[in-house]
Ligand binder design. Structure first.
Ligand SMILES: Nc1ncnc2c1ncn2[C@@H]1O[C@H](COP(=O)(O)OP(=O)(O)O)[C@@H](O)[C@H]1O
Ligand SMILES: [Mg+2]
Length: 317
């Protein structure tokens, strides 16, 4: 294997950045907290060896970096060190997956519904921004599908949540686009098994994400072998949505429709419909209805950091 800079506490794999602690290891990347002077940042190390894929990946990451939208985790630098593409980005307090784990540990329940819908309302808006065909990429007007919407890619910054991990983000030029199969199997839409990316693929993954954060369960088991079924005739089984009230089931069935054209017109519309079922009305600007989500109070550990719950739990329903 080609030489890779060592990643360990105290190391400085990128000049000016000292690694302090590992925040997580996903399928193939590692994310570290690092100190840059007095400032803390996150560094993501994506192994790379093949230069043509590296160039392609850096190109699409740079396009995402230029979007500069408040609901997208800010990437400061995208660069290469031996063996890795490195992205320096703003440091989050944790992800929605960590928040679920913290709720389950403290309260033996999934995330409180109003808080979840406030956060996912923000996520929906950011996905809609990304998805709509309004961005410039290689002199064409394109939409972007994130292609990896899932709880660990929704990062928390106080009462704001931002999309992260744009490594798989792909431009779309039409309602359906041929692509290489990619993403995370539990959240991937059925059309991805057929090598098709639709302009509503992210909505499907948001539907699964919502159900998972709401109930702690997936709406269906993963396909056999836990990998993409390389078949043009593959259909995901009908989802089992019995853990949510019937009115919500109908809304989610539509987001999880096998045919992307039958899904909601936008992610915002889907979340709005769920809010209406619960009489929540339009979402406020931040989660926790204008309150600070992390006030003083009971602490729970979240990825080596701390999240505080009193005010989260006291936000009105
Ligand atoms: N900017 C960031 N700030 C804080 N934590 C982060 C940041 N980016 C990623 N992480 C954490 O690092 C973990 C690993 O990330 P990643 O390699 O993308 O894998 P995955 O998203 O599949 O878990 C994530 O679960 C997330 O909690
Ligand atoms: Mg991630």
């Amino acid at each position: 294997m080609a030489y890779r800079v060592p990643l360990e506490s105290g190391a400085e794999p990128l000049p000016g950045y000292r690694l302090t602690q590992v925040l997580g290891k996903g399928g193939f990347a590692e994310v570290w907290e690092a100190a840059r002077g007095n400032e803390k940042v996150a560094l993501k190390f994506i192994p790379s060896s093949n230069t043509s894929t590296t160039v392609k990946e850096i190109k699409s990451l740079s396009a995402m970096q230029r979007l500069d939208y408040p609901g997208l985790t800010r990437m400061e630098q995208i660069t290469c060190v031996p063996g890795y593409i490195v992205i320096s980005m703003e440091l989050a307090e944790g992800s929605m997956l960590d928040l679920l784990a913290a709720f389950q540990e403290e309260y033996k329940s999934p995330i409180e519904l109003k808080l979840l819908l406030d956060y996912l309302g923000q996520v929906a808006k950011s996905i809609d921004f990304l998805n709509s065909r309004q961005h410039n990429f290689e002199n064409r007007t394109v939409g972007f599908q994130h292609c990896d919407i899932k709880p660990s890619n929704l990062l928390l910054f106080g009462d704001r949540v931002k999309l992260a991990d744009f490594g798989l983000s792909t431009p779309t030029y039409a309602p359906n686009n041929p692509v290489m199969r990619m993403g995370t199997i539990d959240f991937a839409p059925p059309e991805m098994h057929r090598g098709i990316l639709s302009e509503k693929s992210d909505q499907y993954s948001l539907g699964v994400t919502y159900y998972f954060l709401r109930t702690g369960c997936f709406p269906f088991p993963p396909p056999e072998n836990n990998s993409f079924v390389r078949s043009y005739s593959y259909k995901r089984p009908q989802p089992d949505l019995t853990l949510v009230p019937q009115q919500e089931e109908g809304i989610l069935y539509r987001a999880l429709d096998l045919d992307p054209t039958n899904r909601w017109s936008s992610c915002t519309e889907m979340i709005r419909k769920i809010r209406e079922v619960h009489g929540f009305g339009l979402s406020g600007s931040g989660a926790g209805a204008g309150k600070t989500a992390y006030g003083s109070g009971k602490k729970s550990t979240m990825m080596g950091q701390s999240i505080q719950f009193t005010q989260i739990m006291s936000s009105p329903n």
